[in-house]
Design a protein around this ligand. Structure first.
Ligand SMILES: Cc1cc2nc3c(=O)[nH]c(=O)nc-3n(C[C@H](O)[C@H](O)[C@H](O)COP(=O)(O)OP(=O)(O)OC[C@H]3O[C@@H](n4cnc5c(N)ncnc54)[C@H](O)[C@@H]3O)c2cc1C
Length: 551
């Protein structure tokens, strides 16, 4: 399938725009034609090879913020939609492909400088193409006492990941990557440059220290947004912790989940447990905490054979399994004496609330890990970027419920309150949806929540594979995903991130007061981007001229 032309743009006008881009950036930094644009397809797409696949018409690779301004001005002149990416590794959420077919990709990977790293005030300021590997190597080379919170994608960018509200694995204050940003520079759809927060005060040296500046805080417009192309962004970093300790709490009864969640919420919110908790159900182990040495998955067909089981049957199944019904891994980062004292406190507190809880732990490990200690460990837990998640064998990937290395999938993660009642309600909704859609039943009373964000659970729907050679499987996958989104939203559980193909649907579900939020975002978009050129349709925000109806 050939790459499309931007909608409503004549061949002559498109050719003139490409010539203008070549004049501004140099011919070697403007790409067109199917072969050159192959890397800008989403390899995990629900629509791979279909006529409606979201494909780019061209790609431009500016090397400076001034060149980004030139690109935006040319796009405005020719009414070309442009779609910025930093490193374009947004796999499971659209990859490098645009939110509107026919857009010109603005690929920022050449802008990869690390502009400032301060190990006294603990921050970094980077350009969009700077990857987690780049910043990690910079910190190592300079011997700085800093560490990063990293996602599974070590070759992803700090800026792209944070702007799509990506997450990592270490301490509560840093796992939410947009939450840990401080200061943005962006090129607006009209070509002007602005800096947010203290960056707006000429001569200020607190751009990466104090996020708010004065007046309305507009940083959020650039996150999951289409109000500017971010050319610099600051991030708060953590000093390298002195030690890491892991403790595992096991509880025997299925109904122990509720009191355990209350305990873990307390420990995390009170700052006693500094790391990411992982819930796991040994009778049906789930994604969390299983990589890289996952035990074999038990078959649950028997439990689910007659539909959603009664509580009696669930408890019986859990007891027959022989081990604990739930296992929660708690992680602690900090000085050795502090992590030991925290774990002692955890055992005393949970032991008093749940007398049948059992505890396992290992001695604290001094950080940073030596190369020998790194072998066989999940490096993301130690702030070390890697691409381990992409290096799994098919068996490991299946055990971790990630079929990414095999073919591709689209992630479905819904925001759910931190209570057992909500977790069980979400499990049931996912199950009923699978049943209604004739999908394989993988949602069970034992599916565990994940804890990337500090204050809410995410419930993951079993992955929706995007089978490349099978249009019918793709159609079914899209329908299942949409059904999950609607059924979960009916219970008040919303997606926190999604791929362009599902952004209209998802944004439409956030419909309080006749879609007042989306309506406001669209009005802002109309003013900030009168030509409607910047990432049209991203997260449902369309410029007026391309709106398909509704708000
Ligand atoms: C096996 C596997 C594991 C994964 N693990 C994680 C994980 O642990 N945590 C996680 O968060 N994700 C994870 N992902 C999802 C994804 O791969 C990562 O989030 C990745 O870091 C995003 O790609 P990127 O950093 O290259 O961002 P990009 O693809 O460059 O950007 C993402 C989006 O942000 C916007 N954007 C980017 N740059 C700019 C800019 N400069 N200005 C304006 N808008 C911009 C664009 O809309 C773009 O599409 C995983 C995916 C897979 C397949």
């Amino acid at each position: 399938m050939a790459s499309p032309r931007p909608p409503g743009v004549t061949a002559a006008s498109f050719a003139a725009a490409l010539a203008a881009f070549r004049g501004a950036l140099g011919a070697e930094h403007v790409l067109d034609g199917d072969a050159a644009l192959e890397p800008y397809r989403d390899p995990y797409s629900f629509r791979w090879g279909d006529a409606d696949e979201y494909r780019a018409s061209a790609a431009v690779l500016p090397g400076t913020a001034e060149q980004v301004q030139a690109v935006v001005r040319i796009a405005g002149q020719y009414r070309l939609p442009v779609y910025p990416i930093s490193t374009g590794r947004n796999l499971t959420y659209g990859g490098a492909a645009p939110s509107a077919p026919g857009s010109v990709i603005v690929d920022l990977k050449r802008m990869n400088r690390i502009l400032a790293v301060d190990a006294g005030r603990n921050f970094a300021l980077v350009e969009p193409g700077a990857t987690y590997f780049d910043l990690y190597r910079h910190i190592q080379a300079k011997g700085l006492n800093l560490w990063l919170d990293v996602p599974d994608t070590g070759d992803g960018s700090l800026i792209g990941n944070a702007l799509d509200r990506g997450v990592g694995y270490t301490t509560s204050g840093f796992r939410d990557h947009f939450g840990a940003h401080c200061g943005i520079e962006a090129v607006l759809p009209t070509g002007e440059i602005l800096r947010t927060g203290m960056g707006a005060l000429p001569g200020s040296d607190t751009w990466q220290d104090f996020r708010y500046g004065i007046g309305p805080c507009v940083d959020g417009l650039f996150s999951q947004g289409n109000f500017g192309i971010v050319t610099k962004m600051g991030f708060w970093l953590s000093p390298q912790p002195e030690a890491w300790m892991v403790g595992i709490v096991s509880v025997p009864d299925y109904t122990d989940l509720g009191p355990m969640i209350e305990q873990v919420n307390y420990l995390e919110d009170a700052g006693v447990m500094t790391g990411k908790p992982s819930y796991n159900s040994p009778p049906f182990h789930t994604f969390e905490g299983t990589f890289p040495s996952a035990p074999p998955k038990m078959h649950i067909d028997e439990l689910m054979a007659d539909g959603w089981p009664s509580l009696e049957r669930i408890k019986f199944y859990a007891r027959r399994h022989g081990g604990p019904a739930w296992r929660i891994t708690l992680q602690f980062y900090g000085p050795e004496a502090t992590v030991r004292a925290s774990w002692d406190y955890v055992q005393a507190r949970i032991g008093a609330a749940l007398p049948r809880a059992t505890f396992q732990s290992a001695d604290p490990v001094a950080l940073p890990l030596s190369p020998a200690q790194q072998r066989g460990r999940r490096l993301v837990d130690f702030g070390i970027p890697s691409n381990q998640a992409f290096e799994m064998t098919p068996a490991e990937a299946e055990a971790a419920e990630l079929n990414a290395p095999v073919q591709g999938y689209v992630d479905f993660m819904a925001v759910v309150p931190r209570t057992a009642e909500a977790v069980h309600r979400a499990q049931r909704v996912l199950y009923e949806t699978q049943k209604a859609m004739g999908a394989p039943i993988t949602a069970t009373p034992f599916n565990a929540p994940t804890c990337w964000f500090h204050r809410s659970f995410l419930m993951r729907a079993p992955t929706v594979a995007a089978f490349k050679g099978d249009p019918e499987a793709r159609r079914k996958g899209r329908a299942l995903y949409a059904a999950y989104a609607k059924a979960m939203a009916a219970e008040g559980f919303g997606l926190h991130r999604t791929s362009p193909a599902m952004q209209d649907l998802t944004a439409g579900l956030y419909g309080f007061n006749d879609h007042a939020l989306l309506g406001f975002q669209q009005r802002l978009k109309g003013t900030a981007d009168p030509a409607g050129i910047l990432a049209p349709g991203r997260y449902g925000v369309w410029p007026r001229q391309l709106r398909k109806g509704g708000v």
